[in-house]
Design a protein around this ligand. Structure first.
Ligand code: SF4
Length: 281
């Protein structure tokens, strides 16, 4: 058994929510710079220039790269040979997020309940946490700050099996077209295929947590990712909707076995910020 001190977890979550709001990983900078270099539309290129420059300023001054500092989502993959010291994991994550948003002067965007009062919790929690038990003696936390311009444009639906690959292509491209500028393109497109409706949604969210350019290990799905990226970039929506060839930076698919009668399909859009990080304990 490995013992993990939850005080350390709280500290690292606190640091992580600031890091993902201020700093851009090298792989993302490289991809954004490539989009700037290849953009053929003059207005799209201006938008890309602003996006790249905004990243530089945010990192240099350690300020948020966007006013929407997101709702925090955590995938907690807990090794079966892990035990915790000093409390419970949910409280440690929640406290780390609250402290990080306070110390980092990050906007608090969460309301107590969705319909009636919509009163701000003033600490950017609760956190959406997905716990999973995995083999081994490690804890992996994947922490994301999800902007809702893109989250609002996401959906789940169930296709008939006969709709097949072409049906999936049609619906994924339609999702990006309907989102237009609202998801703050160039977007990253997470696609979940299979399982049930809730499983497909989780697969799409998990897909967004992959690193830029990481392809699906299954060559058939890797090929579909590349085809979808080309189709989406042919829509001409372009950076921030100003027209151009860079509507998406990446398309990532995760899949799961499903029922003979259906193709559950989820599309979860992320904006170009792609704020997430993985920490291993
Ligand atoms: S979708 Fe992303 S870039 Fe757009 S406002 Fe929200 S966090 Fe900011």
């Amino acid at each position: 058994m490995t013992t993990i001190n939850l005080k350390e977890v709280e500290h690292k979550v606190n640091e992580a929510v600031k890091t993902i709001n201020f700093d851009t990983p090298d792989a993302n900078i490289i991809r954004l710079t490539e989009a700037l270099r290849t953009e053929s539309s003059a207005t799209g290129q201006l938008a890309m220039q602003d996006i790249v420059e905004n990243r530089r300023i945010a990192s240099e001054r350690q300020v948020p790269m966007c006013q929407d500092t997101g709702m925090v989502i955590v995938f907690a993959d807990i090794g079966e040979e892990v035990q915790f010291l000093n409390g419970n994991l949910r409280d440690a994550i929640t406290s780390g997020v609250q402290k990080g948003y306070q110390e980092g002067y990050l906007r608090k965007s969460i309301v107590v309940e969705p319909l009636f009062e919509r009163k701000n919790t003033n600490n950017n929690t609760p956190v959406v946490i997905h716990f999973d038990l995995v083999p081994g003696n490690k804890l992996r936390l994947t922490i994301a700050a999800k902007g809702f311009g893109a989250e609002n444009m996401s959906w789940v639906k169930v296709l008939a099996p006969a709709e097949g690959i072409n049906g999936v292509k049609r619906e994924v491209v339609r999702a990006v077209e309907e989102a237009g500028p609202n998801a703050c393109p160039p977007v990253v497109v997470g696609v979940g295929i299979g399982g049930t409706i809730e499983k497909a949604a989780l697969l799409a969210k998990r897909a967004l947590m992959r690193n830029m350019g990481d392809r699906n290990q299954d060559q058939r799905y890797a090929k579909l990712e590349a085809q979808l990226l080309d189709l989406i970039n042919a829509t001409g929506i372009g950076p921030q909707g100003w027209g151009g060839m860079n509507t998406a930076l990446d398309v990532r698919i995760e899949f799961f076995p499903t029922h003979i009668a259906a193709i559950p399909l989820a599309v979860n859009l992320d904006c170009h910020l792609q704020r997430h990080i993985s920490i291993m304990f």
